[in-house]
Design a protein around this ligand. Sequence first.
Ligand code: ATP
Length: 492
Amino acid sequence: MSKNTDELFKNVIAHAKEYGFVFPSSEIYDGLSAVYDYGQFGAELKNNIKTYWWKSMVQLHDNIVGIDSAIFMHPKIWKASGHVDGFSDPMIDNKDSKKRYRADQLLEERIAKLNEEGKTSEAEELQIEMDNALKAENLPRLRELIIEQNIKCPISGTANWTEVRQFNLMFSTQVGAIAEESDTIYLRPETAQGIFVNYLNVQKSGRMKIPFGIAQIGKAFRNEVIARQFIIRMREFEQMEMQYFVRPGTQKEWFEKWKETRLKWHLALGTDAAKYRYHEHTKLAHYADAAYDIEFEFPFGFKEVEGIHSRTDFDLSQHQQYSGKKMQYFDPELDENGKPYGNYVPYVIETSIGLDRMFLLTMINAYEEEDLSTDEKQDSRTVLRLHPCLAPVKAAIFPLTKKDGLPEKAREIMDTLKLDFNLQYEEKDAIGKRYRRQDAIGTPFCITVDHQTLEDNTVTIRHRDSMKQERVAAADLDKIIGDLVSWKNLLK
Ligand code: ATP
């Protein structure tokens, strides 16, 4: 990270805390690693991002419905999905510093360094060795590579390493009063399985015809060993996932469609397209026959925000096998030879976006330290140029002074608008200072009620981005705000 981008990232994190967007969890107890709380404006922004996703996925597609499945699920689900046996990272400890590292990440860092030094063939060779060891789950070989490369712990500076062990990322807990192994259940590490196990319930109760989708927004939990980059990698986070059930043989077509549709969703927010890229997975997960990430250029580099996966019929077939219940769909339509498609286990295309990563992306994109200096004086402001649909507060209402009936008039105007928009009332400090506070949380409009308002029912409305002010009738505010923050502007 260069000094500038490093500083930008630090400033965004500080801003998020100072203005009530994101707080470290349990802060008065010195925090809890990789867990964060969303504050008063963060919760609003997060809800607006969820609404944008939900509307575009569920409301705009008459063949996609949304559900809300429980976090706790039958433990066999995680056996069937492969998470009990396979959802783990290879970890290695340094015996001197007692610090734990992901063995593959230590090697990845070494490969990057070799490349930086121009030793590309050595880097390539190491990459192949590491990939082979990971594929074969050859943990001793991973350790050997770390020793051969003389990789040292950055804390202790020694190469005194333990064996490499697999560390499962799922959190477990016990149901009931007595702790028995059979009562162990897991906090879901992804929301997808809640959709798979309900696929027949939804299909039957909703009389859904293939292709159809099931969407869900919810918490997921992963015991990430290396927590870094603020809310990028958390132990408790939120996902917005959609599983699209298709006829076998059509998955490639749908995969391409969803890949495109999802990137369009991101770009509709006005983000510079150069900040996004697709990353194709060459090492595919056991369940996938194609996978792409949508990556965003964060200050620390490109990072996955969303995954588009062609999951084949793996999950439904596994649940069919483990539960003993048929997961088949009866397709009454005829193929080109006039033969009915009949019964089959559908194939699945998944779109899975991390809400917290989307939140951070949105904050970083919107954050600007704007220089407003003129020849006469130095001036600046920090403004969040959030899309108006996502802004936590749509308008702030200020009485010019705290007297002469202005607060009462401002409240009266606010009462006519607050059923439709999230508003803030502020009467403390000079107007200029109040403007700056609203700029910092991304409020598109500030409305000032002054003495003239008492006479002719007009107010001053000030626009966040241009900082221009105009005089308008209070009766028109509803339309002015409504036009700018309408979901129609985003969901075209
Ligand atoms: P990564 O490679 O970064 O660990 P992943 O490939 O394991 O991510 P998926 O299992 O595909 O991620 O999950 C889908 C989305 O959930 C990711 O694109 C990401 O936005 C989000 N996500 C995954 N793990 C975390 C986490 N620990 N904290 C916050 N968001 C996460």
